[in-house]
Ligand binder design. Structure first.
Ligand SMILES: [Zn+2]
Ligand SMILES: [Zn+2]
Length: 426
């Protein structure tokens, strides 16, 4: 003898306590069916089973507890999890036909998936941090652009699904390859047209307002597709100087401090990668800082009459003074320059305070400074700055240092003669 099936009501119950609604989901056993064998009767109140209630039955509130919980974001993709996500990308596709067309394909092929990820890393859409792959500002910028242009096909796995689906239709003779190619041509033309015809201001996106105010007029600065722009004056800087997109923390620092220390990942117009610091010049324009004096600094007249000198210029023995960005010989500024001594306040990420500059100019050597970072190897190193015999500034390393960090370029104008400098390094 067979027992009939057990029957449940799937129940969603909303309980009202004061003005608050509480949702309970569960099921109510209405026909025990074969469960009778195990002694279950209809309406058993255990965890998954809800007690049956009558409409408008009142509840007795026994206890109210307040739990503070936080949701966690999903884990970052690692290379392994991203590979498998690409393999099973079809699962993300809602349309059933497209999903089944992608079921065995995924994004890319087994042979190309790893190379696609490498490409994203090389082009700085992703960076590796330990095992995690972190999308960069550049990646978000691209997606904002594609969504803003209405070219969402390129941001979703559906496109691959659709093509796979059509290819299988061609296989079965349900679609002609000419029709397919016509569609592709149409999509491509539309995309290129849209990309050509947008203007930066018209791209909609989820843009932020910066916490730091405009350095020029102290009003609010907002992001648009291409730039960070003041809402009040003409202050505006690119979001991607040298092909590298700002992180939000970086732009906040740049606006509040007027400069950013050495950053990687810029590319020249020829596509060559380079590192540089960034600064806002006196006209609040963005400049790369390779340690060179800015045009402003060169043309500016300086009045040092109310300042005390830090010491004698190594080149011409005149007075050296501190400006907002550099230490400079009094004869290396203004219209009639006769000297070119100038030294950055930050050299290879090591801040040089006026006390150290004073030691350098008067005694010829700073204290041992330990926050230099080689711009080539990215390694931190300790060194003394010294005034050399040829009147330039160079590095001197601790005598017992086993490893000699190589110094390719410093941010002082006066230490550009790298070869000479190396010979003199002890
Ligand atoms: Zn402004
Ligand atoms: Zn001088």
């Amino acid at each position: 003898m067979f027992f009939p099936a057990a029957e449940y009501n799937n129940t969603t119950r909303i309980t009202t306590i004061n003005t608050h609604l509480f949702k309970t989901e569960g099921k109510v056993l209405v026909q025990p069916g074969w469960l009778q064998v195990y002694g279950k009767k209809a309406v058993v109140g255990d965890e998954e089973n809800l007690v049956a209630v009558q409409p408008n039955e009142t509840v007795h509130t026994q206890e109210i507890a307040h739990h503070h919980l936080e949701t966690k974001p999903p884990a970052r993709f690692s290379e392994a999890t991203l590979l498998s996500a690409m393999e099973t990308a079809g699962k993300l596709v809602e349309d059933e036909e497209l999903r089944s067309a992608m079921a065995l394909k995924g994004l890319g092929t087994p042979a190309t998936r790893a190379a696609i990820i490498e490409g994203l890393l090389t082009e700085k859409y992703l960076v590796r941090e330990e095992r995690a792959l972190i999308p960069t500002a550049k990646a978000f910028l691209l997606l904002t652009l594609l969504r803003g242009l209405g070219v969402t096909e390129l941001t979703m796995p559906e496109l691959t699904g659709e093509w796979e689906h059509k290819l299988s239709q061609i296989e079965k003779g349900q679609l002609s390859s000419e029709q397919f190619m016509q569609d592709i041509q149409h999509i491509t033309t539309t995309m290129v047209d849209r990309a050509k015809n947008y203007t930066a201001d018209t791209i909609p996106g989820d843009y932020i307002t910066l916490k730091t105010t405009c350095p020029k007029c102290h009003q609010t600065v907002k992001e648009n597709y291409r730039r960070f722009t003041c809402t009040s004056c003409d202050f505006s800087i690119s979001k991607v100087p040298g092909g590298r997109a700002f992180e939000i923390t970086e732009i906040e620092t740049l606006l509040s401090q007027g400069e950013l220390p050495m950053l990687d990942g810029f590319r020249s117009k020829m596509g060559k990668p380079f590192s540089a610091a960034l600064r806002l010049n006196n006209e609040y324009k963005l400049e790369f800082d390779f340690g060179q004096p800015s045009e402003d600094q060169l043309s500016q007249e300086h009045d040092f009459s109310d300042q005390t000198t830090l010491g004698p210029c190594p080149k011409c023995n005149s007075n050296v003074y501190e400006t907002t960005t550099t230490y400079v010989c009094e004869h290396a500024v203004g219209a009639e320059k006769s000297c070119d001594f100038r030294s950055g306040k930050v050299i290879l990420q090591q801040p040089i305070d006026s006390e150290q500059m004073q030691k350098l100019l008067t005694v010829g050597k700073t204290d041992l400074l330990n926050r230099f970072v080689s711009s080539r190897t990215k390694r931190a190193f300790k060194a003394y700055l010294i005034k050399k015999d040829d009147s330039t500034i160079g590095f001197e390393f601790e005598a017992r240092a086993e490893k000699k960090p190589s110094v390719t370029k410093t941010t002082t104008k006066t230490t550009t003669k790298a070869k000479q400098q190396k010979n003199l390094i002890s």
